[in-house]
Design a protein around this ligand. Structure first.
Ligand SMILES: [Zn+2]
Ligand SMILES: [Zn+2]
Length: 331
């Protein structure tokens, strides 16, 4: 299979690179050869620019409330389902639940569940080595935060990393048409704002106002909070466990991401549903998953082994990459 590197920078070259040969996942492109794809970045930056429309559309409490609610729903979905379920299979759920949260995850405009989880599994297999797509060690903090996914190497879904979920046609459909859920959400936020404005004209609420707050501002907030896990938690915070990477634990990032800030814990033992290993390590997603478990929506949440909870464990990492196992989701 042909390699995509070396790539040349620039807008036109970026467009050409989009249609070039797919990367050879067995021989990942070395860091210095990876090039930012400016054409792929245009929609990404347009979503940011759309937030500036707040100057014209103003604000209202319902618009801010929808923004916060959609932030919370999507951060939870990325943390609990894209990461802990699709990437690590740390609990089980039914096929309908799997699809619903895969669909909600797509509304965060971070591609489909197969793309997201395959890249994340690759990160665990290569964390902070020369092949890790988003290591701040090799290319710096901005690259690891929001440039790595706008390269030709990062564009395709590495299905070799995720055969277990790739066998579900509805999940493959989501991954292929990952823009349908966010477009639907954008239309719904606009429609909701227009309806509120129609029912109560004095409120000043408009479809555009709800679209800007509920979709654009909320999505950009979800973007950067998610990206902190790839950038900041490999740079800032404390290290409880010896791991081969630079992963760290951070309370602030754990609060923003609903539990993903306990990244050193997670790199040391990626298989548990819970990432805050101790009671004081707040892990909101785990609490929500436990609650969902009471209603039978999820089950078999994998625990943290007791041996990891001894004071100051110093042993070598016991596990690394989760090995995909076929036949997990229940119909
Ligand atoms: Zn990491
Ligand atoms: Zn992980």
């Amino acid at each position: 299979m042909a390699e995509v590197s070396p790539q040349r920078p620039g807008l036109l070259n970026g467009l050409k690179n989009l249609f070039r040969a797919k990367p050879d996942w067995d021989k990942p492109t070395a860091h210095p050869d990876r090039v930012y794809n400016w054409s792929r970045a245009i929609p990404y930056w347009m979503i940011h620019a759309a937030c500036l429309a707040v100057i014209w559309v103003g604000w209202s409490w319902p618009a801010v409330a929808v923004c916060v609610l959609l932030y919370a729903l999507r951060v939870f979905t990325l943390t609990a389902f894209y990461h802990r379920y699709f990437s690590h299979r740390s609990f089980k759920c039914g096929r309908i639940t799997q699809f619903i949260f895969g669909f909600i995850g797509c509304t965060a405009v971070q591609r489909g569940p197969l793309w997201w989880a395959a890249h994340h599994r690759f990160h665990h297999a290569h964390s902070d080595d020369e092949h890790d797509l988003h290591s701040p060690r090799e290319r710096g903090v901005i690259w690891s935060h929001m440039m790595w996914f706008l390269t030709p190497e990062s564009h395709p879904t590495n299905v070799k990393m995720i055969p277990d979920f790739n066998r579900y046609p509805e999940i493959r459909w989501l991954d292929k048409f990952d823009l349908i859920p966010p477009l639907l959400l954008a239309v719904m936020t606009y429609g909701f704002g227009a309806l509120l404005g129609y029912m109560n004209p004095e409120s000043g609420i408009t479809g555009l106002q709800m679209l800007v707050w509920g979709f654009f501002i909320s999505t950009v907030a979800v973007y950067h909070v998610t990206y902190l896990v790839n950038s900041a938690t490999h740079l800032i915070g404390s290290r409880r466990y010896e791991t081969k990477d630079d992963s760290r634990n951070s309370l602030i990032i754990a609060l923003l991401t609903f539990g993903e800030g306990w990244h050193n814990n997670h790199h040391y033992y990626p298989n548990s549903t819970r990432q805050g290993f101790f009671w004081w390590e707040i892990d909101i997603s785990y609490m929500v998953l436990r609650t969902m478990g009471l209603f039978g929506l999820v089950w078999e949440l994998r625990p943290v082994p007791k041996r990891l909870l001894a004071p100051k464990p110093k042993t070598v990492p016991a596990t690394a990459t989760p090995v995909p196992i076929m036949g997990d989701a229940q119909s």
